[in-house]
Design a protein around this ligand. Structure first.
Ligand code: ADP
Ligand code: MG
Length: 635
């Protein structure tokens, strides 16, 4: 196509765009028709933005408030064309929006690409495919655009073959908005067809609130271009969330989600509600199926799309949900807010607070229902978002119990090591007389599953939850009880099993402790100020000794996190517990030589630290002592 252009320049795509383009063209080939959904989704967003900006500046509409999307085609030229009269783009917009990926962390993310097409293709899902998907079917894409409010000469032209670079230039464009012309690749001519386009629009874009028009079906070969009057709307063209729940099909919710969530895959669950009464609003909330790559990035987009009486007001309105639910996507449409509501107003408005707590409950209920009705899906949810949900108890005191019910843990009862046990599961199988929920934290499942701290629990058949995410110890400092049962860290304090120990057990423990008083004193002298205390353990069956954490001290995980972030960690010393029945301890007790006794004690102490996943303060001394022993042994 020849266009009169000025100030032409050729620019290179950002590296990440090139990588994404390559990945997309190869991995979405079997699903190529989605390019139309993406371009229509953008046109719809552009209309939303215009309507919003026109609230303050009605002149932007330039007399045309009749917003719509037109899709046309030319079989001979092998083109498909989309026209919208939305907000449009200027030269700068085009260069940034159609030449770079604005999401922070993209470059890092792209480093995960392996080059293996199959492995990489699932990464697309974490991205959303967007505009660049046009290149799945087009060998060249041309964009003609003019931003609302600028003059006809400020139109802009963009063109690319989807390889390394694109061209931009200034053009004259009489109508506001964006025209996208796809020059179909050879083999993709099927898309230059009214029926095909109509079917794709019905399938993926029926929920779009604006009319999407196609040239009216015309009969006879002689006429191959419709005149101005011959367009017809092919979609339903009403906001999906305004329709009654019972009339919306699952597939419609799913396609709507892909549009609002800028996602490529189906959601796991949704909740659609109309609230009437003092506050009036409609909400449609979705749980995505996959975590975006930037879930943990502070600046990553979060929040819902806010509409006021059907008019789009803002994206990423994060005032409606707490941070630990930042992965939820969807729409809130309020009848009570004013059309000129701003972020500042949202932050101060008490109405928003009550909406926030109602929406939070909805999400928690939706997750609860997902867990009950579709345990496999919930498992997937937990893998994707469990870590984020674990921020909940600290952030949202009022819903602590509810959130706790949604948590999943690895446990001594499940050899898979997966986080699959709920607190309800746990309480459903507690031992008679057990009034606590026992847990152990540590660095990895492999490390904690064999921890000596579990020995007595294994012997008595008591289940212990195994918490090995970095956030866990911090989480447990907020989670003190569930369903009236206290949480107990099995590595902490003087383990009291309460009714789980029989009277005889207790008596036996006391008696043994008495017989070992002398040994305990000797150990205290040998270990000096390395330990806070030495005592006889009730925790052990197989190991000779163990370290327990003081009741008020920071655990290993928290200490490591604080250290890593450069903070001062309060000094704390472990409690050294010995297993009186262990042959090594018996040997130690019988050792007459004080030097050898000291060496042995230090070795046992260091070993206990290693078994707890801690590093040694003086590893060289440990090795020296151990080697000395080995030499003596073999002598
Ligand atoms: P996303 O829609 O997730 O932002 P896309 O790749 O689909 O990502 O689009 C990139 C950007 O290009 C959009 O955010 C928008 O700024 C701009 N854009 C794309 N299509 C249009 C259009 N028809 N009108 C105005 N701007 C558009
Ligand atoms: Mg898009």
């Amino acid at each position: 196509m020849s266009v009169e252009t000025q100030n032409k320049e050729t620019l290179g795509f950002q590296t990440e765009v090139k990588q994404l383009l390559h990945l997309m063209i190869h991995s979405l080939y079997s699903n190529k028709e989605i390019f139309l959904r993406e371009l229509i989704s953008n046109a719809s967003d552009a209309a939303d933005k215009l309507r919003f900006e026109a609230l303050a500046k009605p002149e932007l509409l330039e007399g045309g408030a009749d917003l719509k999307i037109r899709v046309s085609f030319d079989k001979d030229a092998k083109t498909v064309t989309l026209d919208d009269n939305g907000i449009g783009m200027n030269r700068e917009d085009v260069i940034t929006h159609l030449g770079t990926i604005a999401k922070s962390g993209t470059a890092d993310f792209m480093k995960h690409l392996t080059g293996d097409q199959k492995k990489d293709s699932h990464l697309i899902g974490q991205f959303g495919v967007g505009f660049y998907s046009a290149f799945i079917v087009a060998e060249q894409v041309e964009v003609f655009s003019r931003r609302a409010g600028t003059s006809a000469e400020e139109g802009v032209y963009w063109s690319s073959k989807g390889e390394g670079d694109f061209e931009v230039a200034n053009i004259n464009k009489a109508e506001r908005g964006t025209r996208i012309v796809l020059h179909l690749k050879s083999g993709e001519e099927e898309f230059a067809d009214g029926w095909r386009l109509r079917n794709i629009i019905k399938k993926y874009s029926d929920h779009i609130a604006l009319p999407i028009e196609l040239p009216k079906e015309f009969h006879g070969e002689e006429k191959d271009k419709p005149s101005e009057a011959e367009w017809e709307t092919v979609n339903r063209a009403s906001a999906l969330w305004t329709r009654p729940r019972t009339e919306v099909k699952d597939e419609e919710y799913q396609e709507f989600y892909k549009h609002v969530g800028h996602d490529f895959e189906n959601p796991l669950a949704w909740s659609h509600n109309k609230v009437e009464g003092k506050l009036e609003y409609t909400s449609l909330l979705f749980v995505p199926g996959r975590a975006p790559f930037d879930l943990y990035q502070r600046e990553a987009p979060k929040g819902l799309k806010l509409y006021v009486q059907r008019v789009f007001i803002m994206d990423q309105a994060d005032e409606f949900l707490p941070l630990y639910l930042r992965f939820i996507k969807g729409v809130v449409d309020s009848n009570d807010l004013s059309l000129n509501v701003s972020r500042e107003i949202l932050q101060k408005d008490p109405v928003i607070d009550s909406m926030k707590s109602a929406l939070t409950k909805r999400v928690l209920d939706m997750l609860d229902k997902l867990a009950k009705d579709k345990p496999e899906d919930y498992k997937n949810f937990w893998k994707q978002f469990g870590q984020v949900l674990k921020e909940g108890p600290a952030e949202d005191f009022a819903n602590k119990e509810k959130i706790a019910g949604l948590l999943r843990f690895a446990s001594t009862q499940d050899a898979s090591g997966e986080q699959s046990v709920s607190l309800a599961d746990y309480l459903g199988r507690v031992k008679e007389g057990q009034d606590k929920v026992y847990y152990l934290t540590g660095e990895s499942y492999a490390q904690v599953k064999n921890s000596p701290h579990l020995e007595v629990f294994r012997k008595k058949g008591i289940e212990v939850l195994l918490l090995t995410d970095r956030i866990d110890e911090w989480l447990m400092s907020y989670l003190t009880e569930f369903d009236g049962k206290q949480f107990v860290d099995v590595a902490r304090g003087d383990l009291d099993l309460g009714k789980l120990d029989t009277e005889e057990d207790k008596k036996a423990q006391e008696e043994i402790a008495k017989t070992k008083e002398g040994l305990v004193e000797r150990l205290k002298t040998a270990l000096g100020d390395e330990v806070a205390e030495v005592r006889v353990s009730h925790r052990l069956t197989d190991s000779p000794a163990i370290l327990a954490i003081g009741e008020q001290d920071l655990g290993l995980q928290m200490r490591q996190i604080l250290e890593a972030s450069g903070q001062k960690v309060p000094e704390s010393k472990p409690i050294f517990e010995i297993n009186p029945a262990h042959p090594l301890i018996e040997k130690l007790d019988a050792e007459p030589d004080e030097d050898r006794f000291a060496d042995l004690s230090h070795i046992l102490f260091d070993q206990a630290a290693l078994a707890a996943g801690d590093s040694l303060k003086d590893p060289a001394a440990y090795v020296q002592r151990l080697n000395k022993l080995l030499v003596e042994l073999s002598a």
